[in-house]
Ligand binder design. Structure first.
Ligand code: EPU
Length: 336
């Protein structure tokens, strides 16, 4: 395991924020993960585990051993109508999705082009276009950082919810090593969310395959969401707030066109992007910190923004949205 001191994390976080890690290492297998845990203990440093760094805002130098998961490998564990696929935590997410589609396995197509890694995906139960990872999740293997033991988690163990999981709730306890998914040779497609079906129709596709859906979603995402390689960002910076029916009605009374999705429990999910845009922040820029021109839910780093500047901007937006709509926005990425 290569170990280096005072390493810039700029290439390892999708915001492109330039801060240093006191110590930096990459783990390619379980043994290297264990070695890093031990080293952090010996040096009396906290251990910060990173995947693709695409859901992270770093607000200062990191006095920790930063461990980037770099383990690779994809395996077909069980074959049949349904297939069980296992991928190592360090596998980059989108190439993994493409690999499954190339094998003819459907299930992950709606989650195309999400940045990050396989191991980070369950942390926040990644979701897009009507599908969440929990819908195709089978199980995962994680290391208990307190005891050093390996533990298997099935679907029911993970407490998956909207952008949430047990692993996020018990932050710092579980280190995800590999994840298993149930995919299908049968194509049960989810086309009802947002512009997916419309995009396929525009492309002249009336009997889409899973790969067609993936391509349509890539084109939709590419139009609205900035490519982190070009413009630093961490995807949606806020969760879509779930509010009481009373509050939703109040917002709607003042703004008839508010985008709102009723939930099964009677609460209402509001589109945070709509609230932020309506509050006037879309396209806002101060220094190198800004709000994306095409999607108000995405904060962007035009180059030299610091994490603190991005966080200060987020706090101004939160305060303004409370003042204008009475709605609290929760920050989605991990702020460090
Ligand atoms: N909207 C606006 N103005 C904006 C942005 C959005 O009015 O600037 C409106 C849209 O017109 C639409 C509604 O808000 O009516 C929802 O917008 P969109 O479909 O773009 O999705 P979102 O709610 O903004 C969520 C996820 C995304 C995911 C998309 C598609 C969250 C926090 N974000 O965004 O996930 O790709 O749906 O499923 O749930 C991420 O988590 O990083 C992420 C990109």
């Amino acid at each position: 395991m290569n170990l280096a001191e005072q390493v810039s994390l700029k290439p390892f976080n999708s915001f492109g924020v330039d801060v240093n890690a006191a110590l930096f290492a990459q783990a390619h297998n379980d043994a290297e993960v264990r070695a890093a845990l031990q080293l952090a203990q010996e040096r009396q440093l906290p251990l910060l585990v990173m995947g693709g760094g695409s859901n992270l805002l770093l607000t200062g130098d990191v006095r920790a051993l930063v461990l980037r998961m770099a383990s690779r490998g994809i395996r077909l564990v069980e074959d049949g109508e349904q297939v069980l696929i296992e991928a190592e935590a360090g596998e980059p997410w989108h190439p993994f999705v493409q690999w499954t589609l190339a094998q003819g396995f459907a299930g992950l197509e709606n989650l195309s082009l999400i940045p990050g890694t396989v191991g980070a995906a369950p942390m926040q139960n990644i979701g897009a276009y009507g599908v969440e990872i929990k819908d195709v999740f089978h199980s995962l293997t994680a290391l208990d950082r307190q005891t050093g033991e390996l533990r298997e988690f099935g679907l029911a163990d993970c407490n998956f919810a909207y952008r949430d999981s047990l692993f996020k709730q018990q932050a710092g306890r579980w280190l995800i090593l590999r994840v298993r998914f149930v995919l299908s040779r049968q194509q049960t497609l989810h086309l009802e969310y947002g512009p997916v079906r419309q995009r396929l129709t525009e492309q002249g596709i009336d009997r889409p395959t899973a790969s067609d859906v993936s391509r349509a979603i890539c084109s939709i995402r590419a139009e609205k969401l900035p490519d982190p390689a070009v413009l630093g960002n961490a995807g949606s910076f806020f969760k879509n707030p779930v509010v009481s029916a009373e509050l939703a009605a109040k917002v709607r009374a003042a703004h008839a066109d508010v985008v709102a999705y009723p939930q099964a429990d009677g609460q209402v999910k509001l589109a945070a992007g709509w609230l932020i845009e309506r509050a006037g922040w879309k396209g806002f820029r101060e220094g190198d910190a800004g709000v994306h021109k095409l999607q108000a839910l995405v904060l962007v780093n035009y180059g030299g923004a610091t994490g603190s500047e991005l966080l200060a901007l987020a706090k101004r937006i939160q305060a303004d949205v409370v003042a204008k709509f009475g709605v609290e926005l929760e920050i989605e990425p991990n702020v460090l």
